[in-house]
Design a protein around this ligand. Sequence first.
Ligand code: NAD
Length: 494
Amino acid sequence: MSVTTAFADGIVHNFVGGEFAEPDSRSLFDNINPATGDLAGRVHEAGAALVDRAVRSARDALAGPWSSWTVNDRTALLRRAADRIQERFEEFVAAEVRDTGKPVTHARDVDVARAIANFRAFADVVGAAGQASFLTELPDGRRALNYAIRKPLGVVAVVVPWNLPLLLLTWKVAPALACGNTVVVKPSEETPSTAALLAEVLREAGLPAGVYNVVHGFGGGSAGESLTTHPGIDGVTFTGSTATGSHVMRTVAGRVRPVSFELGGKNAAVVFADADLDATLDGLRRSIFSNTGQVCLCTERVYVQRPIFDDVVDGLAARARELTLGDPLSETTTTGPLISRAHRDKVLTYFSLAREAGATTVVGGGVPSMAPALDGGSWIEPTIWVGLGQQDRPMRDEVFGPVAGVIPFDSEEEAIALANDTEYGLASSVWTSDLTRGHRVAQAMRVGMSWVNTWFLRDLRSPFGGMGLSGIGREGGEASLHFYTEPTNVCVQL
Ligand code: NAD
């Protein structure tokens, strides 16, 4: 009997050529609920042959009926997809909470809400994009009309992480489809469910077979590597760690394929003595602890002007103590577990490194005791350190947990130098009531996204991405249009 739904028989299925693929029993792996440590279900790992089928389906679909869809047809599909996610909102929320353990309020307000916004925003952006044309006159008097047409890049490999699974996936899939590409997506092995559920939604919305394909599995030696090394892909858009991004870049270099990389960060907040203290502390609490610190944009370094250093440290500690760790399905839970025991082990290593470096742990620093039902989860205490040096590893490496080190500074120049003293370059925030200084410092930051008196606030038409180890290229608005299309210039002698 053929598989008809994303989660038939408690298995998360691959989606290839418009159909959910039948698993064979040797290729299943466990999907663990990180809040409890319990088995949430099983996932069908795609072997190299299935990945090959997915890429071939995507390639065939490029030449099929999809190629005659107009931009209006495609943007209408995006809007229908957004409407269908809205109708099935709670199903997506439940799947995301089960895979990640994140609080239901976060899944609703951030993850699934932004997935809908991604489809609508890229329908607007791509729908409104015009063609550039210009007249040329050469010195010999010949005149020509030049115009560029945007063509789809082709088959796009979309590889995404586990921290904001549906949000980051749709951030790439929506513009890719709006621009007429076909995609093969590889969600994280930790969070396969919403990518599979999205296949149902896109099929219901009328997307032709083969345009959206999902292959599940791990990275090296599994579906991730089979996909990014496949000769049939025309480009890779990847969100994940810097180490994996660098590896993927090497694998596609031989075939000179374009890449778009959204990688790690070690983001700084700079707090001046004139900042509105309460508003700043609320903003810092969100930027350090949201999603248990598992957002690439999260702040892990806080530089505070000396006169208010103690106030900021005390205020952050108080806010960390107010966080409620607990059942992700409870409306009052603010903070979920880390994604896995393995990731918690990594974060705990930084707790040890901070202690060895002589840091004082102002709050947190350990594993909390939880109710028996949650005891098997990968819980961690929200943690603030003081006394770390700029060169200590907890201040240099991306920890990707609910942690921050706080360091004092005296002058604006010193604060900028400290914030920019990193090989990453993703995001920063500056907190001050002097707006001129806010603009000045924000512009001096060597990052892709620089906030003033806020964090995470985004207009989806603005460019998103990082410098240095934080990535290559930008996505969002026009930037997505550029990555997901290839222009062909036509020159007509008049
Ligand atoms: P990861 O690099 O381990 O995995 C990301 C994805 O790549 C997963 O789907 C994984 O299976 C796949 N993968 C791993 N090895 C691969 C290989 N050899 N070939 C092909 N695919 C491979 O990252 P993660 O642990 O899932 O996510 C956390 C990281 O993601 C953090 O570093 C975080 O900063 C980063 N991130 C960045 C952004 C951004 O926009 N800049 C957003 C979210 C997360």
